[in-house]
Write a protein that binds this ligand. Structure first.
Ligand SMILES: [Zn+2]
Length: 366
């Protein structure tokens, strides 16, 4: 854009309180010096939240994936949808009240598929929520009941989405997926496997929000039973439980499962039993990734959760299994890289909550 247009746009964003413009631009170089722009550190925030198997995480987030203060809470004793979402809304409202910054909206990451556009939860097996629970409506209702303080925008928009989708958005904008045009993310958290695809900067969520449910790809017809009723799904062959089973070990039920599984994968360098288990699970993961590569033709694959540690433990083996099954063209050489964003679910939720204002900055003034 021309210098005049850039000046008009930056002036508008500054007037909305979103950015700061350095009044004494840096010199040096040829031509007229440029003004330096930055996200306003006192600018507005959104509430970003995540429900996962080990608890709730809530934070405020400014523009550009800048998390302010992540708070981690244990799961409430009662895990029915209304009570869980009330706990999230109240924790977020408390952060909003105690901040001097305006709060513009909220978004929540959930560990289960969320339909679009109606925002219902399907197969929410972690907490035994009924399939079809209207999570987007329930979250909006709990936010309306919560005391968001005098600096909250009215009306106060909110949104809910699947955590793997939001992690992919976070990696694409702020992490290992920057610059990729067709980014595939595959992750294993507590139980099961999630996937997501970002095409040209936008999530591909399918006709009803349910695309990329990659967990039920068959990678071993004689494998371990999956909760879907089949055997040998990617879910049941490459998640933390699968790694423990492959090693012939039982995880400690009183400690977070993912952390234990990641430690087991990292011990593969010195422990032959862990090494064998990692290789077995990596082979299954490679078969699943190869199937996805052949269908989706991504230009980058980001692995997170336990899959990040499996990649670190056996990078050549994983790449070889994938390449072996993708015999044509560049798909056989797709880079497989570790995720980089800390709290990717929260960063992705922040992106989702910011979405209306990224599309139309003037809405900040509303
Ligand atoms: Zn399955």
């Amino acid at each position: 854009m021309t210098r005049a247009t850039a000046g008009a746009v930056s002036g508008e964003l500054e007037a909305l309180g979103l950015i700061t413009v350095d009044s004494r631009p840096a010199g040096g170089g040829r031509g007229r010096p440029s003004h330096r722009l930055a996200v306003d550190p006192a600018g507005p925030v959104v509430i970003a939240a995540q429900i996962h198997a080990d608890g709730l995480s809530v934070t405020l987030a400014g523009l550009g994936g800048q998390l302010v203060q992540p708070v981690h809470l244990p799961l409430p004793a009662a895990t029915d949808p209304a009570r869980m979402l009330r706990a999230v809304a109240e924790a977020g409202a408390e952060l909003a009240r105690s901040s001097a910054r305006r709060c513009l909206g909220a978004a929540l990451a959930l560990p289960n598929p969320v339909t679009e556009p109606d925002g219902t939860a399907l197969a929410a097996l972690h907490f035994a929520w009924p399939s079809g629970t209207p999570v987007a409506d329930l979250f909006a209702e709990q936010l309306r009941r919560a005391d968001l303080g005098p600096r909250a925008r009215a009306p106060f928009p909110s949104a809910v989405a699947n955590d793997a989708n939001l992690a992919a958005l976070a990696e694409h904008r702020h992490g290992a997926g920057r610059g990729a045009r067709h980014l595939l993310l595959v992750t294993s958290g507590h139980r099961g496997v999630g996937g997501a695809l970002v095409i040209d900067g936008r999530l591909h969520t399918g006709s009803a929000g349910l695309a990329l449910e990659v967990g039920h790809l068959t990678v071993d017809p004689q494998g371990r039973p999956c909760q879907c009723g089949n055997r040998g799904c990617l879910n049941s062959e490459t998640d933390p439980d699968a790694l423990f089973a492959a090693a012939g070990l039982t995880p400690d039920p009183d400690r977070p499962l993912l952390g234990q599984a990641r430690a087991l994968a990292r011990s593969a360098a010195e422990d032959p039993r862990a090494r064998e288990a990692v290789e077995r699970v990596v082979d299954r993961l490679g078969l699943g990734l190869a199937g996805m590569v052949n269908i989706l033709n991504p230009d980058r694959i980001v692995l997170s959760g336990l899959h990040l540690d499996l990649l670190a433990a056996a990078p050549e083996r994983l790449a070889a299994v994938v390449a072996d099954r993708c015999l044509w063209g560049r798909s056989g050489r797709v880079p497989i890289v570790p995720a980089e964003v800390t709290h990717a679910g929260l960063v992705g939720a922040a992106e989702l909550a910011w979405e209306p204002y990224l599309d139309d900055p003037q809405a900040v003034a509303g």
